[in-house]
Write a protein that binds this ligand. Structure first.
Ligand code: ZN
Length: 154
């Protein structure tokens, strides 16, 4: 379990470094979304929603039945992908929306790291509360995502 944890921490740290490193706002971007940007954003959003579905069905089931290896695998597999997709989506947001999106990505990352730590300690209540916190921050992140109806009419 220790080894898993350090691999997980490294992987997630790498993803987060990437998120922070690539976050420079593009000052020349107009403050509205193009249709192409919205399409790109919607693609990432649907990937994220798919992973959210898996997260809300599979993860609580593993936590409730103390399947800690499965919890750990899930956190550094599908949920590593989730963080990556959040990163891609964030980079397509308007410059002003990127800092809060990055902050929420960071929160989700921290909470998921804690789910992994809870799995290592077989701490079901910590796993459950960290999972819940991750889900809340993920939903706050999704609230920042522009909807198709907000598309500028060119
Ligand atoms: Zn949080």
């Amino acid at each position: 379990m220790k080894r898993y944890r350090s691999i997980l921490a490294c992987l997630l740290a790498f993803v987060m470094a990437f998120i922070v490193g690539c976050g420079s706002p593009q000052v020349k971007e107009p403050p509205t979304y193009s249709d192409a940007q919205l399409q790109q954003i919607q693609k990432y959003e649907s990937d994220i929603l798919g992973l959210r579905d898996r997260m809300t069905t599979e993860l609580p089931a593993y936590i409730n039945t103390s399947k800690w290896v499965e919890v750990d695998n899930f956190v550094h597999g599908p949920l590593g992908t989730l963080l990556q997709e959040m990163n891609y989506l964030t980079k397509n947001l308007l410059p002003n929306d990127q800092p809060p999106a990055r902050k929420l990505s960071r929160e989700v990352f921290e909470h998921l790291l804690q789910v992994g730590e809870a799995a290592e300690k077989a701490d079901r209540s910590l796993a459950a509360s960290s999972y819940q916190a991750a889900l809340e921050d993920l939903d706050a992140f999704l609230n920042l995502v522009p909807q198709a109806s907000q598309a500028p009419k060119a």
